[in-house]
Write a protein that binds this ligand. Structure first.
Ligand code: PLP
Length: 453
């Protein structure tokens, strides 16, 4: 840190402050974790200086031997860890991984039958005019994905994301009563929409999904099944989600991040069946420029860590902890969506229980040293900014070694804080959606109890 400080004291200071922050506050953000020191050191080094566009042993730059070795090892480790036909480890993030997958699916369609029907022999040498005809024949296809408010991600066709410009998007939601994805309703919608892609996966859904069944449904209408396992990749690697609940054997293509439950460096990953491998490997130039060799190295380290028996025990403990946290929240009369969880996260409705917005609850808890994020709930009346919910996740606290007892105490602290938080009243006598009041003695008590955990 002294070396960083000698160039930029302010950045060195921010790094130290972040260390302090992550040590002092309870990290309940479902998409975060603590990566190992080995992973962090593999990320922060001279590998950042190397260009290596292309893929292993097929590069557009000279001198890529070491990056070839690193990327091949990372890809092979990912392939075996998840039991996939093929792995592509270059995406810089989960958002990039999804774009790589979308482009791979679209490119794979721009092949023989389409080209023949247009009288084009070779796409690589096609004129710009012919290319435009191919593009028109292949794009503007339908994507059916989980609605943002039901737990889907922005990259799954949200209006302000590039995915909604690439596809004609329809979304499925959870059932209004049960707040669960109803596969019979999904089947009916699939037959109505007949999409090119059925996209499964979520950022905020607390239950497991039956991917064997989803593949059957996708096959009925000839759709590609794409699964975004960004949130639960660690639970797949750690053999919590097995059989019908493991997406890898059933999906044509699977995308992920590497930094959430999987506990690696910040990055993305694509796994696919062999028939899509050729297209997935063209992530550069489709979406990406040069890969990040230092992050590839850290991914290899993290995949090796996730291949150890201890990681399986860790993944099981994540889910034990989130179930224990959900149970404890219910004991405290907090409203837990779907009355529990099968994975690493749970959702609380704070509007119904406490008359607060998610934004107020998030801020009040943060002041008490509990870091979690507000989240839209299905059919949310407060919209995506203020929201009605909180999302709580256990991957990071499980890495710290916390267990059932700590989960109980956390539920009690959340109850203490939220039951004493009130929306502020604005000048015109209305309830604020953002500002709140909380007694400073309660705040101090909650902070102390967090410190004692
Ligand atoms: N997909 C899902 C399901 C996610 O939850 C996220 C991030 O939260 C992403 C993709 C995007 O990942 P990144 O932030 O690495 O782009």
């Amino acid at each position: 840190i002294d070396t960083v400080s000698s160039v930029s004291p302010s950045i060195a200071n921010s790094i130290l402050q972040e260390l302090q922050d992550q040590r002092q506050n309870l990290k309940l953000i479902a998409s975060e974790n603590y990566s190992s020191l080995a992973t962090q050191l593999a990320t922060g080094n001279l590998l950042t200086d190397k260009y290596a566009e292309g893929y292993p042993y097929h590069r557009f730059y000279a001198g890529c031997d070491n990056v070839d070795a690193i990327e091949s090892e990372a890809a092979e480790l990912a392939r075996t860890l998840f039991g996939a036909d093929h792995a592509y480890v270059q995406p810089h993030s989960g958002a990039d991984a999804n774009l790589v997958a979308f482009l791979a699916i679209l490119s794979s369609k721009a092949q023989k039958p389409v080209l023949e029907s247009l009288g084009i022999e070779n796409i690589s040498t096609a004129s710009r005019e012919d290319w435009n005809r191919v593009r028109a024949a292949v794009t503007n296809q339908r994507l059916l994905s989980l609605d943002y408010y039901s737990g889907g991600h922005l990259t799954h066709g949200y209006r302000h994301n590039v995915s909604s410009w690439l596809f004609d998007v329809s979304s499925y939601t959870v059932d209004r009563e049960s707040k669960l994805i109803d596969l019979d309703q999904l089947r009916a919608q699939l037959h109505e929409v007949r999409p090119l892609i059925l996209l499964a996966g979520y950022s905020a859904y607390p239950r497991k999904l039956n991917f064997a069944k989803m593949r059957e449904l996708a096959d009925e209408v000839g759709a590609v099944l794409m699964v975004d396992m960004a949130h639960f990749a660690g639970l797949v690697a750690g053999k919590v989600f097995t059989g019908d609940y493991n997406p890898v054997p059933f999906a044509h293509i699977v995308t992920s991040t590497t930094h959430k439950t999987l506990r690696g460096p910040r990055g993305g990953l694509v796994l696919c069946k062999q028939e899509l491998a050729e297209w997935v490997d063209k992530g550069c130039p489709a979406i990406l420029g040069g890969p990040l060799p230092h992050v590839l190295a850290a991914k290899a380290v993290a995949f090796r860590e996730a291949s150890q028996p201890e990681f399986q025990a860790y993944a099981h403990r994540i889910v034990e902890n989130s179930s224990a946290l959900a149970e404890a929240c219910l004991e405290e009369s907090l409203q837990v969506l779907t009355s529990g969880t099968d994975n690493h996260l749970l959702l609380l409705d704070v509007t119904q229980t406490f008359g607060l917005t998610g934004r107020q609850a998030e801020s009040a808890l943060r002041a008490c040293r509990v870091t979690l994020n507000r989240n839209s709930l299905p059919f949310d009346v407060n919209g995506p900014w203020y929201t009605s919910g909180l999302r709580l996740g256990t991957p990071a606290l499980t890495t710290l070694g916390m267990g059932r007892e700590e989960m109980r105490e956390i539920a009690r602290i959340i109850k203490l804080v939220l039951s004493n938080t009130r929306p502020s009243v604005t000048a015109n006598g209305k309830s604020s959606l953002a500002k709140y009041t909380l007694d400073s003695a309660i705040e101090a008590q909650a902070q102390e109890r967090v410190q004692n955990l």
